[in-house]
Write a protein that binds this ligand. Structure first.
Ligand SMILES: [Zn+2]
Length: 237
């Protein structure tokens, strides 16, 4: 409820000032999400990584849910044009289905992270089942980086990640959520979410999945072009 009134206020303000709001509601679904992660959310979860501290013009693009047979190769081709590196948070079962695309991600110098085996929501899954699913994904994804699906993970699950992936894990959240998954907004708005909210050290979330492919085809080349012209480099985490 707090979020809803928050969102209404921010959207009104933003409209007045002719800018994009930093908090969005997925229409009809009653769900709210932050385009820009607010400082207090980072404070509540200080052990998670929300952005990288740097004065340099560096952006950290990340792509969740792949590999996908069309979206991932498209993204890799675009990144290559700009000598950009990125981080792909892969779903274990998709790595098993598309092993060659997974290999291509690594061969082209990008980084991968674990995004569970079956894309589970941590808040709706029993801890043991969740951790087993992460461990199953870890058999196919060699990484100490983990991104919880929907950003939802319980503190118990987070504390026990290390034993699930058998590594000193890092939970990677984000600074800017592109909103590419939000089918109620236009691609132009997704682009603006990214161009107006990102800065040095921002970790930006996109997706390489079926649902977002059309949006990504429009948005990603423009994001790469926009920030390259401003002197930014794109690096992996
Ligand atoms: Zn996901």
């Amino acid at each position: 409820m707090l979020f809803l009134s928050f969102e209404a206020m921010e959207v009104k303000q933003a409209e007045k000032q002719n800018r994009n709001p930093w908090i969005m509601r997925v229409l009809g679904m009653g769900k709210t999400y932050f385009v820009k992660t607010p400082w207090w959310l980072r404070k509540i979860y200080p052990s998670y990584i929300w952005r990288i501290k740097t004065d340099k013009k560096i952006l950290y693009l990340s792509f969740d849910d792949g590999p996908h047979p069309q979206a991932t190769p498209f993204i890799l081709d675009e990144l290559k044009k700009y000598h950009a590196k990125a981080t792909f948070f892969c779903v274990g079962k998709n790595v098993v289905t598309y092993p060659d695309i997974y290999k291509r991600i690594l061969q082209e110098g990008h980084r991968v992270g674990n995004h569970t085996y079956d894309h589970l929501n941590g808040w709706q899954t029993q801890n043991e089942i969740y951790l087993q699913n992460v461990a199953k994904a870890a058999k196919h994804i060699e990484s100490n980086l983990f991104r919880p699906c929907y950003g939802k993970i319980t503190s118990y699950q987070a504390k026990n990640l290390n034993s699930a992936i058998k590594k000193q894990s890092k939970v990677i959240m984000w600074d800017v959520l592109s909103g590419d998954f939000d089918m109620t907004i236009k691609s132009e708005r997704v682009l603006k979410n990214v161009t107006t909210r990102s800065g040095s050290g921002s970790i930006i979330v996109f997706h390489d999945n079926e649902k977002t492919f059309a949006t990504i085809q429009y948005v990603l080349p423009k994001v790469l072009d926009h920030f390259s012209q401003k002197g930014y480099l794109f690096e992996k985490l």
